[in-house]
Design a protein around this ligand. Structure first.
Ligand code: ACO
Length: 321
């Protein structure tokens, strides 16, 4: 026994920024961004708080699952940075939904939701939890260098959530790291108030070698799909729906090419949302679940890569009407 997905939710900032909007202050164009990445627009936080989006998505997922906050046994939040260092975003969500379960944030960059699903699986398999809330929220717009056209055009903000319950659903999971501190790097604040700090502050922005990330991503996504399918004793053709990390449409196409998968099985929202880091696959799941795309018994494969460098894939049987 492991878990099944019992409810999903998502919440996006109201403000939508198009590629043409970006071209007003950057040397870029809709044509360049769309043909290189598949992105047309993204949601960006203005006067809303990330906390509030995270809570809203959690409330929707709890209602969808028919689970009350007080009945949760664990709350995990996949994020690179909440609005406060402490309390964690997971604790803020716990307070809002009336839960007293253990709650903590987890940072595996864009693969965070898959790492959280595997942690939830361990708690459930070991008998420590029955109902787990997984939330993901990212304010990428607050971490970017808005003068760097090669990175800031790629990202968006958002929040998503799922409730997983003990039962039959998860079929397999694979997580891995290829440790590298240069290819994607986003520094934290260095010794802000310490009179003793002697370490120089790096520029607070994302530094990324796009070409190297691209190569890693295509290779890692392909490998993780093969391994997760092998563990679930399935072939890639037997997967009904692919939910890949939404970093770049060309990366998605290139990593799935060798499996000769029917393109209609590969779900995307990158055109409207850009890359929301860990939150991407969560919002994707909720949007397609709410459209009624998944039927009971469908096999869903989540696959992602991100800073760290982290990667992973999880396969689940959709066990919900
Ligand atoms: N608009 C116009 N021109 C641009 C832009 C832009 N926004 N950005 C870069 N360029 C220019 C470059 O300066 C370069 O010009 P030059 O040839 O005169 O030097 C030219 O376009 C080509 O640049 P390339 O890097 O070759 O473009 P490429 O086709 O590789 O696409 C991209 C770049 C989109 C960044 C791609 O490499 C990519 O998607 N990489 C992966 C990024 C990624 O997935 N990041 C996720 C990070 S992990 C996380 O999610 C936290």
């Amino acid at each position: 026994m492991s878990f099944y997905i019992a409810g999903t939710g998502s919440a996006l900032p109201e403000k939508v920024v198009s590629n043409d909007d970006l071209a007003q202050f950057l040397d870029t164009s809709d044509e360049w961004i769309y043909t290189r990445t598949g992105i047309k627009r993204r949601h960006i936080l203005t006067d809303e708080r990330l906390d509030d989006l995270a809570v809203r998505s959690a409330e929707i997922a709890l209602q969808d699952a028919g689970v009350a906050g007080k009945d949760l046994d664990l709350i995990l939040c996949a994020t690179m940075r909440g609005d406060t260092f402490t309390p964690s975003l997971a604790c803020i969500v716990a307070e809002a939904v009336g839960a007293t379960a253990p709650a903590f944030d987890l940072n595996a960059a864009c693969v965070g939701v898959l790492y959280a699903m595997e942690v939830a699986d361990s708690f459930i398999v070991s008998g420590k939890a029955k109902n787990v809330l997984i939330v993901s929220a990212e304010a990428m717009s607050k971490l970017l260098d808005w003068t760097d056209r090669a990175s800031c055009v790629l990202f968006g903000d958002g929040a998503g959530a799922m409730v997983v319950k003990a039962g039959e659903g998860r079929l397999s999971g694979v997580l891995s790291t290829k440790p590298d501190s240069h290819v994607i790097r986003m520094p934290n604040i260095e010794g802000l108030n310490s009179p003793y700090n002697k370490i120089e502050q790096e520029k607070l922005a994302m530094h990324m070698d796009g070409g190297e990330v691209y190569k890693f991503a295509v290779n890692a996504m392909g490998k993780n799909i093969e391994q997760a399918c092998a563990r679930a004793q399935l072939t890639p053709a037997e997967i009904d729906w692919y939910l890949p990390h939404q970093a770049n449409l060309r990366i998605i196409d290139a990593s799935l090419k060798k499996f000769k998968i029917d393109k209609s099985k590969v779900l995307t929202n990158i055109e409207d949302c850009g890359n929301m880091s860990a939150t991407s696959v969560m919002v994707l799941l909720d949007q397609f679940a709410k459209k009624g795309t998944f039927k009971r018994g469908d096999k869903l494969l989540f696959v992602a890569f991100g800073g760290g460098l982290t990667s992973g894939a999880v396969i689940i049987n959709w066990n919900k009407d």
